[in-house]
Design a protein around this ligand. Sequence first.
Ligand SMILES: [Zn+2]
Length: 412
Amino acid sequence: MAVGRPKRKNPVLRTRQATLPPAGRSRVALGMLRGPARGGLELQTCADCGAVQYPPREMCGACLSDRLVWRPHDGAGELVVETTLRHAMELHFRERLPWRSGLVRLDGGPTVVAHVHADVPPAPARVTLTAALDRSGQAVLVAVPPGAPPDLTTDPKLAEMTCDPKGRKALVTDAKSETGQAMVRALVDAGAEIVWAGVAAPWIRMPGFDAVAALPQVTVVPLDVTDGRSVDTLAAEIGHKVDLIVNTADHHRTHGLFGERGVETAATEMEVNYTGLLRLARAFGPVMRARAMDGPKGAAAWVNVLSVFALSGWPAQATWAASKAAAHALTLTMRAELQPAGVRVVGVYPGPVDEPWNQQVLPPKLSPAALASAVVAALRGTVEEVYPGDVAQDWLARLRADPKALEREMAR
Ligand SMILES: [Zn+2]
């Protein structure tokens, strides 16, 4: 496909101004983020009397205890009353009227205000209360039909909170690797209009890549994240059109701290996994930020494939884990820069992936296809941290329960 100039703007048409939903939250209310950031609902619960609290507060509304903890909640409840807003003081909602909203009484818990999904029948109706991140990156509550996993993409207004690949243009870095190929295929299957497959070394033949490159939605482009000129050239060509970036570029070797003479391998891991990401972020980030409000299909999300070992270290692959930790830290900063404009930054934290450099690692390992479909599911939802597979989920639970205990267990 030819790379063209952006369409000339019609000077008569009104320019759509960026409006985001209101982002102000109190510090205690920011606790609401815990659930939807990872995909779930968590509510404040009293550790003394068990009362579920809403809205978030400093002391229990039932017994005045200050021992309030965030706990997962199944969200089962009833939409008891609803209204359709036809006026709004907030610009973001004013442009999206009418807006459906209602009160959900949780089973055995409080009553909350929630957005109501178009597929929910008129009140009174059984619903599942779920939490999502809106375009400001703040937690909001949404009532969805019970039974099935929540799907915001089927409600035209709520779909704006997601980064659904359907109809969007995506760039996948290191698209020749097994993970890169799986990612390209998953985005095509999810309905992406164009997937640019970035390859660093066109002369290297990788099994399966010819078939991926032949897909009608796929355009192979040169992209070496270790070469600033290569990154800048591609950004100048397609940067103004990219809606989604999935960075899978990864230099992966499997040495412990004392397992290798010299530090060259570790330096290359940093060069690809950290400095490569930095080059991409500096080249593509500003233009994505500027395009975040270009209509419902504007620039939407940046995905970095990291590792659970970025969060805990891994003695068996010490230097690689450290490079992923650096990329994780940069991911947090990218979120601070891009989220306020409406671009979601997603960190993906799998356990060991079934790829050549993990050959010596005992199963269970996550297949590249499972990793890619988890990324697509995240984009079709609203999460910003993804822990795909059982190993990563177990890891996350142990990390949240006691990071020190996990550190000692890793050392064995
Ligand atoms: Zn209480």
